[in-house]
Ligand binder design. Structure first.
Ligand SMILES: [Zn+2]
Length: 291
């Protein structure tokens, strides 16, 4: 089921529940229509276009923007093959490497007959459509290619998966770079924040909470006392991901501390057969790293 919400003077927020809560945002600019992210396939994107048509949004040049290379934000690109599809240059690079694999791995999430269509226009730092008051710019965070969109007319900031409730998913080693991107958000005049998997936000509560988490992110620095299952799951993922990335770079001593916390979190988790298996694999890595 698609849900559509009118935002400000020219925005539309779309959300979908299946297979997990995911959003996209449309800016009906003076000269162009900007579509930020394309969800999981051509079928829901057709619905979006039909909705805009019914709303009386006039036919204009369409500019599509992918916030980052994750499949849940790009699979509807194929409906816009003949339009400009914008993304950071790293997004294109990543998709060339893993795009086809994702199509297979997450096949059950496809909405329609999905074909991989890569962004056809890339940028490094930023791209400005000044006559429409819309800016796209690089905000490395959740992933290295993560980028954001700012609508200066309605003061809406679209951040992709750089913000997520309760914690963001860290997939890069450079966490300070991630915190810098979030601090930059705080300097902007923003009324509404749109993130990839949350409801519309009209305050900076989640931004500040995510920033606080990232600034404190280090082995055994974050207090897990009041963690729910969800908090624990995401935090485990983040700790393990950074441990893995450090190990890949040969930084074994640093990596060890992350894996130690990962192991501890697993002992605090309900001991299902899966968790027991996982704990074994972490213990194996710990043993290797300690040598
Ligand atoms: Zn996502």
């Amino acid at each position: 089921m698609m849900k559509a919400t009118k935002v400000g003077t020219r925005g539309y927020f779309f959300s979908f529940e299946d297979p997990y809560f995911t959003t996209l945002y449309v800016i009906n600019g003076e000269n162009r229509i900007f579509i930020c992210d394309t969800f999981l396939g051509p079928d829901p994107m057709k619905e979006v276009l039909q909705f805009l048509d019914k709303e009386g949004v006039k036919d204009k040049e369409i500019i599509v923007f992918n916030t980052h290379y994750d499949y849940d934000h790009i699979w509807g690109n194929q409906l816009f093959e003949n339009s400009i599809i914008l993304a950071h240059e790293l997004c294109v690079k990543e998709l060339k490497e893993i795009g086809e694999d994702d199509l297979k791995q997450f096949e059950s999430h496809k909405k329609g007959d999905v074909k991989l269509v890569l962004p056809n226009t890339d940028f490094k730092e930023k791209l400005l459509f000044s006559d429409d008051g819309v800016e796209f710019y690089h905000t490395p965070g959740h992933t290295a290619d993560s980028s954001s969109c700012y609508d200066s007319v309605d003061k809406v900031l679209i951040v992709g998966d750089n913000l997520e409730s309760p914690f963001p998913y860290i997939r890069i080693l450079n966490v300070p770079e991630y915190t810098n991107s979030l601090r930059e958000y705080l300097t902007r005049d923003v009324k509404i924040i749109v993130s990839g998997h949350d409801e519309l936000m009209n305050d900076d509560g989640l931004l500040r909470a995510n920033l606080d988490y990232l600034e404190n992110f280090a082995p055994n620095k974050i207090d897990r006392t009041n963690f729910t299952k969800k908090h624990r799951g995401i935090h485990y993922n983040n700790i393990k991901t950074v441990g893995e990335l450090l190990m890949k770079e040969g930084k074994n001593a640093e990596s060890l501390a992350y894996y130690k916390e990962a192991a501890t979190i697993l002992t605090e988790t309900e001991q299902t057969p899966q968790i027991v298996e996982l704990k074994k694999s972490i213990d194996d890595i710990l043993e290797k790293l300690s040598k």
